[in-house]
Design a protein around this ligand. Sequence first.
Ligand code: PLP
Length: 277
Amino acid sequence: MQNFIVNQWLPDEDSSINIKSDWFVKGLFLYEVVRTYNRLPFALKKHYDRLLRCAEYMGVEKALPGFDRLASLVMEGIEMNRTNSELRIRIVLAGQNLLLLYEELPVISKDIYELGVKVGISPFQRPSENIIPGKLKLIGAPWSFLSKTRLGECYDLLLLNEKGELCEGSFTNVFLVKEETLITPYEASGILPGITRENVLNLASALEMKVEIRKVMAWEAFVADEIFLTHTSAGIVPVRRLESKVLIEEFPDGYTRILMDNFEGYVMTREDNWKGI
Ligand code: PLP
């Protein structure tokens, strides 16, 4: 794969950086993960806007090129990296430098969608939204990093904040279904406003599902009828088991199944997912 590393395209084996560069030593890494559908970058403008908000918060927004420039670099990389599979592109703002890292989009096993995954509650706490806003997508955030080291058989671990509110996974957003209502934690609990989450919420409204975006206490997950996770690389991931609570006996059904069945068709045809492409 060819990657864009600080102003030049380099193959994987030469994609090196100067570890004495100021930005490496100071260690500020903001990032986004974009996937392609039909080799076009999905929701690139939404990812760009989220990265920009994050860069502004950290005071490094000047390092980010304008959207049109970024989109043309991303497309250039897609053209260069000819594979039969879809791509996953990491857009990293490393201090004042832009990196675009390309890889094949991992294929998600059918079992994950058909049988669901196991999740647990993370032993690490997500800092409160007033201390570290959820919109900050930082490489190496300790609560997220440490949760990933404890995954075991779990697909992801759910993080709580200091008030015992359910926030999100270490790389996913979380949804519950209870009595025909789709419920997801609000941003004030400290979550990354996920792009897949936003698409799922729009889809649910289009399907006239009842939706609640609100404070969700951790115990609510244990009495939920259904749970699923969302993230860019896999879309909607049904949860079979939360700790020792079994949610799915055979195949996910209910709202999770309806949303999964409609997700791809919906996101592909929503114009705001293809803005500027
Ligand atoms: N929450 C966290 C902490 C994440 O890191 C991610 C994705 O990396 C998500 C949620 C899901 O966001 P998206 O749907 O934009 O991929």
